[in-house]
Design a protein. Structure first.
Length: 254
């Protein structure tokens, strides 16, 4: 089976090809068009399951919801379809993007492409899953507890979905922390000793960020902060592994 050119360029031993500026523009156009085609195909599949997924989301968070505008139910299903298409196509989109960037990288830098794509995608999906299963339901339970005898919540599904999407993407980005620390460690900008010495400051910063992302109530803040703190200590171990590997590489070269 013939391997596509963009996929072959992801190999660490692939030779970078000389390309003009117009060739780069044409390559970028091909990347964008292929990603759009894949997104459209996945969008069709996402639409087919969007109703069930929207029902699951509502049941898992608040139990029931309404829509108050004529097009609100339709627009929510479109949003769910787009979210499903984006998450399902994320590995392909990341690979195509890196396939475009790789020719400008050195050989040792191209070795990082596959681990970077895989771990970035997994961490993002892990963050989205955490927001879906733990953070968003906890936050909504806390917020819904402010009902009184005469004030009752009857959430519109559009607002509920927007709230969920914001939390999902916020968690997806926050869960990239080990990858960011790994990149800074590889560049020599941070060391394991520095990360260990600043762990108290890091916890305070994480708690502040969690308070900003969430409504600021105790339970929601702790639910978000706890896994990010764990990821920070995982990042220290990752930084230490990179530091040891760079040290052995320097010894060999010496």
């Amino acid at each position: 089976m013939r391997v596509p050119g963009w996929l072959a360029r992801l190999r660490p031993d692939s030779a970078p090809a000389e390309m003009s500026f117009l060739d780069h523009l044409e390559e970028l156009r091909g990347v964008i068009l292929s990603c759009l085609w894949v997104l459209m195909l996945l969008l069709v599949g996402g639409w087919m399951v969007s109703g069930r997924l929207l029902d699951l989301l509502v049941r898992h968070t608040v139990g029931t919801a309404i829509f108050i505008r004529p097009l609100e139910g339709f627009s929510c299903r479109i949003k769910i379809s787009l979210l499903v298409a984006f998450l399902a196509g994320l590995p392909y989109f990341a690979l195509r993007l890196w396939g475009f960037v790789v020719p400008g990288l050195l050989k040792h830098e191209r070795r990082l492409v596959w681990p970077l794509v895989v771990w970035s995608t997994l961490l993002f999906l892990l963050g989205v899953g955490f927001a879906t299963l733990a953070l968003t339901p906890t936050m909504l339970r806390v917020l819904m507890s402010f009902q009184t005898e005469v004030i009752h919540a009857n959430l519109a599904v559009g607002y509920l979905l927007d709230f969920f999407v914001k939390m999902a993407f916020a968690c997806g980005l926050l869960f990239q922390l080990p990858l960011v620390i790994a990149a800074l460690s590889y560049a020599g900008l941070v060391t394991p000793a520095f990360l260990k010495s600043k762990w108290r400051h890091a916890i305070v910063i994480i708690l502040i960020v969690a308070a900003v992302v969430t409504p600021g109530d105790g339970p929601s803040q702790l639910v978000l902060a706890a896994p990010v703190i764990v990821l920070y200590f995982v990042s220290i171990a990752v930084s230490a592994a990179i530091h040891r590997k760079r040290g052995r590489a320097r010894e060999v070269s010496a």
